[in-house]
Design a protein around this ligand. Structure first.
Ligand code: ADP
Ligand code: MG
Length: 253
């Protein structure tokens, strides 16, 4: 079943820049859908449209059967709980003045009235924080530290822990490993794959790194200058009928 359905989504910035041009796709329940393309092709703009931090000019975005451009404020709050985003730079996503434990509890506090957790349980704040740190394979002593006392990879694991803490249905991963060294990248991608399975999550995995996208995703869309020009699945990336632009991306790696 389709969890997220985009039809001819178009976004123009006030500057006149047409950043996303008639993008259509379905993302199925439980799937990791890849979105690959070089810098500036409109990936993050599309992510922000899905998160509804940008309004679209034309087209429709339907999540769980609900057209999101028509959502009331109350439904929008519900929608925001179901879709979380992880950004490239974990440092800017974490409040430097908050201890890790306080950053971790923040999404829970925001949505606690309407949460119905299946995988985590909340008996006490301390115990909840420990479950989250454990889920992202971090030691419990990090709870009392500040973001600057963590490595980049550890910080990104904290933003992932925040995203999963309210058990969303979909996580938009916008270049989640682009700021990390190669070893941390691999470890974070493996963690994300495990979490998708254990927590029944779906991902939209955005990256300029074709190899990483293909490793993570069952299907991948290729974006160029605001448009989706190709899509392939985990078995036919190297088949001959790939778009010429996809072949160019393959040749770079
Ligand atoms: P990507 O994430 O693929 O690198 P972006 O979605 O960030 O691409 O950007 C797509 C295009 O839109 C680029 O040409 C970028 O310069 C432009 N753009 C991004 N954000 C804005 C903005 N807030 N205002 C105007 N133009 C923007
Ligand atoms: Mg981007």
């Amino acid at each position: 079943m389709s969890l997220l359905e985009l039809k001819e989504v178009t976004k123009t910035y006030k500057s006149g820049k047409l950043a996303v041009n008639k993008v259509s796709f379905n993302l199925n329940n439980g799937e990791c859908l890849g979105l690959v393309g070089e810098s500036g092709c409109g990936k993050s703009t599309l992510a922000r449209c899905i998160m509804r931090v940008e309004n679209i000019d034309k087209g429709s975005i339907v999540f769980n059967g609900e057209a999101m451009e028509k959502l009331s404020e109350r439904r929008l709050h519900h929608y925001r709980k179901k879709i979380q985003i992880v950004f490239q730079n974990p440092s800017s996503a974490l409040n430097p003045k908050l201890k890790i434990k306080d950053s971790l509890i923040d999404p829970y506090d925001q949505y606690r009235q309407s949460l119905n957790l299946r995988h985590f349980s909340f008996h006490s704040k301390e115990q909840f924080i420990l479950q989250l740190l454990d889920a992202v394979e971090l030691p419990s002593e990090l709870a009392d530290r500040y973001p600057h006392e963590l490595s980049g990879g550890q910080r990104q694991r904290i933003t992932i822990a925040r995203a999963i803490s309210i058990e969303p249905e979909l996580i938009v991963l916008d270049e989640p490993t682009a700021s990390l060294d190669v070893l941390s990248q691999k470890a974070v991608l493996n963690l994300l794959t495990d979490l998708r399975k254990t927590l029944d999550l779906s991902y939209l995995f955005i990256s300029h790194d074709l190899a990483a996208v293909n490793q993570m995703s069952q299907r991948t869309l290729v974006m160029k200058s605001g448009e989706v020009v190709d899509q392939f699945n985990e078995y036919n990336l190297f088949s001959n009928d790939r778009h010429i632009y996809t072949k160019k991306l393959i040749s770079i790696f």
